[in-house]
Design a protein around this ligand. Structure first.
Ligand code: NAP
Length: 262
């Protein structure tokens, strides 16, 4: 996939899936603006990019996506520096566990601020530039939790379900201006953060057994999907939710005992 000189903004790019997405766009020739609230992780990313065999163009931007003012500044800087934005990947997200009946307002607000409102604000700002240019692609990283909720995940599922609806609305409102909006819903993806959990004996095997492809996904597989949805190869794909879960979200019904297996 070719993104030579395209300007791509990726949020939550300091670690995990976002880092892999930023790296993948940069490797494909893009000028990447890697957004994260953590300067140290961004520094590691930009230094790795500068040291790569073929130097990659990655610029770090410290920004808390829960802070509307910081988002405005970051987006203004992107447009002032590059003159345009071609691709936005709304990836920054958090999961805070807790039973709904005990969920404090502050935690509900924090998850929605980061997972939903932050993505809306980034898209709103950068879509103005995309609309003026008559083209652009927005990819939101949602989750299979948007439709397959698991207990105790607090506001997470609600924030991801709302992301699907918001993306569809963007697709309808901004499609006539040449701006596409799509979602990716990853399933079980192993990142540096979840690696210690997978190192617990039995966890990987237990989880793999539930996935029809019998594998845990990788950040690179999510990044490949983001590249595709942002590319011209997906020029007629708008308002879609691409599920990347090895078939997991279709597997529940297979767990139900049947007369022949009971
Ligand atoms: P991760 O490793 O925790 O990476 C998320 C990145 O976003 C971190 O660098 C984090 O920084 C940053 N971030 C969090 N809050 C932020 C804020 N307010 N402002 C700026 N940056 C912020 O998580 P991940 O597993 O790669 O997840 C990435 C996305 O994929 C999320 O939207 C998540 O919901 C979604 N997802 C993940 C999985 C999975 O299995 N991993 C499955 C489905 C969906 P800090 O380290 O400072 O928090």
């Amino acid at each position: 996939m070719e993104f030579k000189d395209k300007v791509c903004v990726v949020t939550g790019a300091g670690s995990g899936i976002g880092r892999e997405i930023a790296w993948a766009f940069a490797t494909a020739g893009a000028q990447v603006v890697a957004v994260d609230r953590d300067l140290a992780t961004l520094d590691r990313l930009t230094q790795d990019a500068a040291r790569a065999e073929r130097p990659l163009h990655v610029r770090g931007a410290v920004c808390d996506v829960a802070d509307a003012q910081q988002i405005t500044c970051t987006c203004d800087e992107v447009v002032a520096h590059f003159g345009r934005c071609d691709v936005l990947v709304n990836n920054a997200g958090i999961l805070r566990r807790g039973a709904l009946q005990d969920l404090p307002d502050a935690q509900w607000d924090q998850v929605l601020d980061i997972n939903l409102s932050g993505g809306f604000r980034f898209a709103r700002h950068l879509a103005r530039n995309m609309i003026a240019n008559g083209r652009g692609a927005i990819v939101h990283i949602a989750s299979i939790a948007a439709t397959q909720t698991h207990g105790g995940c607090g506001a997470y599922s609600a924030s991801k379900a709302a992301t699907l609806a918001l993306s569809a609305q963007m697709a309808v409102e901004w499609g006539p201006h040449g701006v596409r909006s799509n979602c990716i819903s990853p399933g079980l993806i192993e990142t540096a953060l979840s690696a210690p959990f997978y190192a617990i004996p039995g966890v990987r095997e237990q989880r793999e057994r539930l996935v029809p492809l019998r594998q845990i996904g990788t950040p690179r597989q999510v990044a490949d999907a983001a590249l595709f949805l942002a590319s011209d190869a997906a020029a007629y794909i708008n308002g879609h939710n691409l599920v990347i879960d090895g078939g997991l979200s279709h597997a529940l019904i297979a767990q139900v005992p049947r007369p022949e297996t009971a």
